[in-house]
Design a binder for this molecule. Structure first.
Ligand code: ZN
Length: 112
């Protein structure tokens, strides 16, 4: 293990420690409530980030969550409706083909 040859003097120690500084954190003002907030973080006062309600702390957040759930439910409903619409179309096609076959058979009978 390396051992220092001489004792470090007070001045040398002080000049080295002169660079030890506390860094002031980067802060900005919240766009929603105007409170001082750490940069790139959600506002701890109102729960907003970039003008949108992100945290449960904000009252608007719950309402938005409900809206998103409604949107998803409507999407599912539309998909089901589309599926219901598609099935009868296929059935009608099958019926049409059957009727065509019947017509063809009837035409063959008439030819005989
Ligand atoms: Zn805020």
């Amino acid at each position: 293990m390396a051992v220092p040859k001489k004792r470090t003097g007070a001045r040398k120690q002080a000049t080295r420690r002169s660079h030890w500084k506390a860094i002031k954190p980067a802060t900005t003002k919240c766009t929603h409530c105007g409170a001082t907030v750490l940069a790139h973080t959600v506002c701890t006062e109102c729960g907003y980030y970039k003008g949108k309600a992100v945290s449960i702390k904000s009252a608007d957040y719950v309402a938005e969550e409900v809206k998103s759930e409604k949107k998803t439910s409507t999407k599912k409903a539309t998909k089901k409706a589309e599926a219901k619409v598609e099935t009868p179309v296929e059935e009608t096609k099958v019926e049409e083909t059957k009727t065509e076959e019947v017509k063809a058979e009837s035409e063959e009978k008439t030819e005989e």
